[in-house]
Design a protein around this ligand. Structure first.
Ligand code: TYM
Length: 332
């Protein structure tokens, strides 16, 4: 079976709606037809300021959320990045074929280092995309389901794979990004020109899956729209309305066109209230399931332990091939 792989950082107490619609929803769908590898990049999470105790907790909550939305450990291999040391080993090899200028062009590094201050940005933040390339290339991956903001990192990954293969002989499969256009970028409810992100200045436009649904419903009802009355999809002229249509459409599995017909003689208030209801119906069981799962952290740790065994088996085989190709002696 073809393989799918993706990761989500444990950098906050809850995933947000952009993470879910842009990526995680696709993870669940793809696990039926693909050999799925889904992981928590805890090593990526230490490239920005953080608390170790939070990281530990957030890694478990991240796994609990994956399970709660429907990632199935019987079908998908679920693991923590730090449990697979072969990924770090591969990162070193890849870093030696990555150009300094090439790494410097990564826009996410530029954004994040600007946010954390040029001088306090660590080298780890700079080499982050090389670690991400190793995450993927260690596993002979066909498809990587992500949101639009990861496209450039995927492009680097593909370039590194091709460069390595042509310099040392073919080892790596060149992965395809799996980016679903309609939901590739979910926007901030208060600032619908910017993507929904946990690092926005205010969280009033951010929907966290684990927040009190009443609070989220209120945020949706307060979403910024425009001064017209007409409900139609127009990303440029009607960013707020289009974002709400996208969210409701993706959560319900109803095409935007159909929603537009439904709202023909209705107002923005109807769109907001109904979108809030759809969201509440989605998050309520997810939150309940996460609290149940978090009451049994041993079970989560056991899933990660099992996943690490499976993941290491695959990554170790790739790494052995890589080490041989680059000219390292096999240990006698
Ligand atoms: P992360 O943890 O920031 O985000 C997880 C996933 O959510 C997507 N996403 C969005 N999609 C649509 N609209 C939004 N507003 C939105 N915000 C976030 C992201 O595109 C991502 O798919 N570097 C990665 C994690 C990673 C990874 C990997 C992914 C590490 N190694 C290997 C794939 C393969 C990241 O920081 O995602």
């Amino acid at each position: 079976r073809p393989r799918v792989l993706s990761g989500i950082q444990p950098t906050s107490d809850s995933f947000h709606l952009g993470n879910y619609l842009g990526a995680l929803k696709q993870w669940v769908e793809l696990q039926d037809d693909f050999d799925a590898f889904y992981f928590i990049p805890d090593m990526h999470a230490i490239t920005v300021p953080y608390e170790p105790a939070h990281l530990r907790e957030r890694t478990r909550v991240a796994v609990a959320q994956l399970l709660a939305i429907g990632v199935d450990p019987a079908r998908a291999t679920i693991y923590a990045q730090s449990h697979v040391p072969e990924i770090s080993q591969l990162t070193w090899v890849l870093s030696s074929i990555t150009g300094f200028g090439e790494a410097s062009r990564m826009t996410q590094f530029k954004d994040k280092s600007a946010r954390h201050g040029e001088d306090s940005a660590g080298v780890g933040l700079f080499t982050y995309p090389i670690l991400m390339a190793a995450d993927i290339l260690a596993f002979e991956v066909d498809r990587v389901p992500v949101g639009e903001d990861q496209r450039q990192h995927l492009e680097l990954t593909r370039n590194l794979a091709q460069r390595f293969n042509s310099r040392f002989g073919t080892v790596f499969r060149v992965p395809e990004p799996h980016i679903v256009a309609e939901v590739a970028k979910i926007y901030d409810l208060q600032n619908p020109g910017a993507k929904m992100s946990k690092s926005a200045e205010s969280d009033s436009g951010l929907i966290n899956l684990l927040d009190d649904p009443k609070r989220s419903a209120k945020k949706i009802r307060s979403a910024v729209t425009d001064n017209e009355r007409e409900i139609r999809f127009d990303r440029a002229a009607k960013a707020g309305v289009s974002n709400l249509l996208t969210i409701q459409s993706a959560l319900r599995g109803v095409p935007v066109d159909e929603l537009v017909v439904h709202y023909r003689d209705k107002g923005y208030g109807d769109l907001k209230v109904e979108t809030a209801t759809v969201l509440t119906d989605f998050v309520t069981p997810v939150r309940d399931r996460v609290s149940e799962l978090m009451a049994a952290p041993d079970q989560i740790d056991a899933i990660l332990a099992e996943g690490a065994i499976r993941a290491r088996r695959v990554a170790a085989a790739t790494l052995a091939d890589v080490y041989d190709k680059v000219g390292f002696l096999a240990p006698a």
